[in-house]
Write a protein that binds this ligand. Structure first.
Ligand SMILES: CC(C)(COP(=O)(O)OP(=O)(O)OC[C@H]1O[C@@H](n2cnc3c(N)ncnc32)[C@H](O)[C@@H]1OP(=O)(O)O)[C@@H](O)C(=O)NCCC(=O)NCCS
Length: 204
């Protein structure tokens, strides 16, 4: 269990890669959350109610804002660099920080898919993870049938390690999860260059 006092500070410069910038959630992100809630899968893997009302979407954004104070980790809104529009959500979860491990989750609104923004967001978030000295391993758990998400993970350099059988319940079904991970790069090289972040106009 991680307490807020154990978490690293919010980054001074918003994590960014390619077309995606990650910033702290704002109440105005509720509109983005309402679109996210139209996706049939997103409500099954988090606390956003399906077809969320305006109040439900605002409450979800507030929960994302509270994740850091709860010691859970960093919940970021994904912003499209070109337009400044909020297009999704991702989180670096640090409950296992004391053991050197983190996990990541991400979702894009349907209208922002197919442009590489989830891959860019995952690259930005992974680079941010390596700024946390205690972290050595970042994990993703993805359903075997979620080919879009598996493609995002592999494009961002995550390596499949196996299948966690009957790992959890999603939407009333007991499901297997593919586990993928990256481990801290050991020195300068192509991996470092690919994960480098850029400065940007959306401070975290
Ligand atoms: C999983 C999810 C984030 C993937 O979104 P996505 O838009 O497919 O992923 P990316 O942003 O990386 O975009 C990749 C697509 O953009 C295309 N693309 C266009 N320009 C690109 C670029 N510059 N770089 C990379 N890909 C690009 C790719 O070809 C790919 O399209 P394809 O699948 O038709 O080949 C999205 O489907 C989602 O939010 N799903 C619901 C929630 C979910 O499953 N979350 C993950 C839980 S584990």
């Amino acid at each position: 269990m991680t307490a807020r006092s154990d978490l690293p500070p919010w980054p001074d410069t918003a994590p960014a890669h390619g077309g995606a910038v990650l910033r702290r959630p704002r109440t105005a992100d509720a509109e983005m959350a309402r679109e996210l809630a139209t996706d049939p899968y997103v409500p099954l893997i988090g606390t956003l109610p399906a077809h969320a009302s305006s109040d439900e979407a605002i409450a979800w954004v507030e929960r994302q804002r509270a994740r850091y104070d709860d010691g859970a980790g960093f919940s970021f809104t994904i912003v499209e660099r070109a337009t400044g529009a909020a297009v999704g959500s991702c989180g670096l979860w640090l409950r296992e920080l004391a053991d050197g491990r983190a996990s990541i989750g991400y979702s894009l609104v349907p209208s922002a898919r197919g442009r590489g923004l989830a891959t860019d967001a995952l690259l930005a978030l992974t680079a941010f993870a390596w700024t946390v000295p205690a972290l050595h391993r970042v994990e993703l758990r993805i359903e075997p049938g979620n080919t879009g998400s598996l493609a995002v993970a592999e494009r961002a350099g995550y390596v499949r390690e196996g299948v966690l059988r009957s790992h959890e319940e999603i939407g009333g079904r007991r499901v297997d999860m593919v586990i993928l991970a990256v481990v801290r790069p050991s020195g300068p090289g192509p991996g470092h260059a690919r994960h480098r972040t850029r400065s940007d106009p959306y401070p975290g």
